[in-house]
Write a protein that binds this ligand. Structure first.
Ligand SMILES: [Zn+2]
Length: 180
């Protein structure tokens, strides 16, 4: 973890002196609190040229994504959407949905009725739960497809919100659904 703001700034400045096409921000999302991560971004991102890619390593939860974009980050990578899917949890606009929960046992609805992914087009929550409980590997792939579709949709929404100046509303909405 690199929380020292002075060292963060020095590292960013000395790396920018090397004149790369893009800059990665590492050492975050490794166990520190959300405020600690955002504080590190607050001092680091302004040091990086706005016309170069600014890449935050290891962040991929909805709130982390929106908050980092609001601070100027352009690029991410993260295992969270797919790892979470393999644990049987779907991400939706309404928040997390645990497909292993008993409440899904006889639920004929898709994970998200508005989702264009192949999983939501064909399989119900109840069937996905059955596949998860019998350890059928297909379940992991089907939920992964959905969570990736959710992420693509979220990034599309972030991009549109930046373009039309409504990122603050999307921040508020994302924070309300997913918690800070
Ligand atoms: Zn879906």
């Amino acid at each position: 973890m690199g929380q020292d703001p002075g060292l963060r700034v020095e590292s960013a400045r000395r790396t920018v002196e090397l004149d790369f096409g893009g800059y990665g921000i590492g050492g975050l999302s490794v166990g520190e609190s959300r405020p600690e991560m955002l504080a590190a971004l607050d001092v680091t991102v302004p040091e990086l040229p706005a016309d170069r890619l600014r890449y935050l390593m290891g962040v991929g939860d909805p709130v982390g994504l929106v908050e980092a974009v609001a601070r100027g980050v352009d690029l991410f990578d993260c295992v969270a959407p797919t790892r979470t899917a393999r644990h049987g949890t779907a991400w939706t606009r309404a928040g997390r949905l645990s497909l292993r929960a008993a409440a899904c046992a006889r639920d004929d609805r898709p994970i998200d009725g508005d989702c264009p992914c192949p999983t939501c087009g064909r399989w119900s929550r109840g069937y996905l739960r059955h596949l998860l409980l019998v350890n059928e590997p297909t379940a992991l792939r089907l939920v992964t497809l959905h969570n990736l579709a959710f992420m693509f949709d979220l990034v599309d929404r972030i991009r549109a919100a930046v373009a039309d100046g409504t990122l603050e509303e999307l921040r508020a909405e994302t924070g309300a659904v997913w918690g800070g």
